[in-house]
Write a protein that binds this ligand. Structure first.
Ligand SMILES: [Fe+2]
Length: 250
C-alpha cells in the first residue's frame, strides 16, 4: 500500500501576501499543509500537478520550496500552464523534488508528464512525451502505473474550461489503455473535483489549494468552496482509494 498526498494549483506569488481572486495563496497552501500534518494519515510521496506559481517569478518558486520542504519526503512535480519551465526546473529538479520524473515504489510506477504548450492555457501531450510514457512503462517491472499531469484528458462539461483542456486527451487515454498497466491518472488545472473511469483508466482531479472554479459553468466563474487536497492510497491489486479533503472553515 502506497500513500500519495495530491496537492495542486497553489498559484504562489513572490509577495507572501499575493492573492488570487481575493484569496492569499500562500496562507491557503499553508492551511492545507498544516491540516495534512495535524492528522495521523502519513503519505509516502507528494504529487503536485502544476500551477505552482502565478507571477512568473523565481521568488515564488523559492517560496514553494520553503513551504513544502518541511514535509520531508520525495515530491513529484509536473508543470502547469502558469509555470515557467526554466524557473520551475531550477527548484524542482533538486531533491527532495523531482520534475516530470518516474519512480518505482512497490508494485507501482509513478510518472509525471509535461502537458503544457508554451504561452497557452490549454495543453497537449507531444509524441515525445507519449513515447516517453510508453518507453518508461515498457522498461519497468511494476505491475501498475500512476500518471501525473496538469491538464484534464476528458471534457469537464464546462464550456470555457473545455477550450483549455488537453487537446489530445483521447489519444493519451488510448495510449494509456494500450500499455495495459496504467490504472490511474491524476491532474489539476480544473480547480474542482473529478473522478471517473475512461478507457479502463481511473482519472482523478483534485481541487486547488486556493480558489476553486464553479463546476458545470459554461462561463468562467469562481466557486466559494474552500481549499482542498486529496489522499490517495495505491493498492497492490492495482486499485486505488481516494479521500478528498475540503478545508471547511474551522
Ligand atoms: Fe490553476
Amino acid at each position: 500500500m502506497i500513500r500519495i498526498l495530491h496537492l495542486t494549483d497553489p498559484h504562489l506569488f513572490a509577495d507572501a501576501e499575493g492573492s488570487l481572486r481575493g484569496l492569499a495563496t500562500q496562507a491557503s497552501l499553508q492551511r492545507v499543509l498544516d491540516h495534512y500534518q495535524a492528522d495521523d494519515w502519513h503519505a509516502d510521496r507528494v504529487v503536485i500537478t502544476g500551477d505552482l506559481i502565478q507571477d512568473d517569478s523565481a521568488e515564488a518558486y523559492d517560496r514553494f520550496r520553503e513551504l513544502l520542504l518541511p514535509l520531508n519526503m520525495r515530491m513529484h512535480c509536473v508543470p502547469g500552464n502558469h509555470d515557467v519551465r526554466k524557473l520551475m526546473r531550477r527548484v524542482c529538479c533538486a531533491p527532495p523534488f523531482s520534475y516530470c520524473a518516474y519512480e518505482e515504489i512497490g508494485d507501482w510506477l509513478l510518472i509525471g508528464l509535461d502537458s503544457c504548450i508554451t504561452a497557452k492555457a490549454g495543453g497537449l501531450l507531444t509524441k515525445e512525451e507519449l513515447d516517453r510514457l510508453s518507453d518508461t512503462v515498457a522498461h519497468s517491472k511494476a505491475k501498475h502505473v500512476m500518471v501525473c499531469l496538469h491538464h484534464p484528458p476528458v471534457a469537464m462539461g464546462s464550456a470555457w474550461l473545455d477550450t483549455v483542456g488537453l487537446e489530445n486527451g483521447d489519444e493519451f487515454l488510448q495510449r494509456a489503455q494500450s500499455l495495459g498497466r496504467v490504472r490511474l491518472a491524476v491532474f489539476g488545472h480544473v480547480h474542482q473535483p473529478y473522478d471517473a473511469t475512461h478507457h479502463g483508466v481511473r482519472i482523478v482531479a483534485t481541487p486547488s489549494t486556493c480558489r476553486q472554479f464553479l463546476t458545470g459553468s459554461d462561463d468562467f466563474a469562481v466557486d466559494d468552496r474552500p481549499p482542498a487536497y486529496r489522499r490517495i492510497t495505491l493498492k497492490s491489486d492495482g486499485s486505488s482509494d481516494t479521500e478528498l479533503i475540503w478545508l471547511d472553515d474551522d
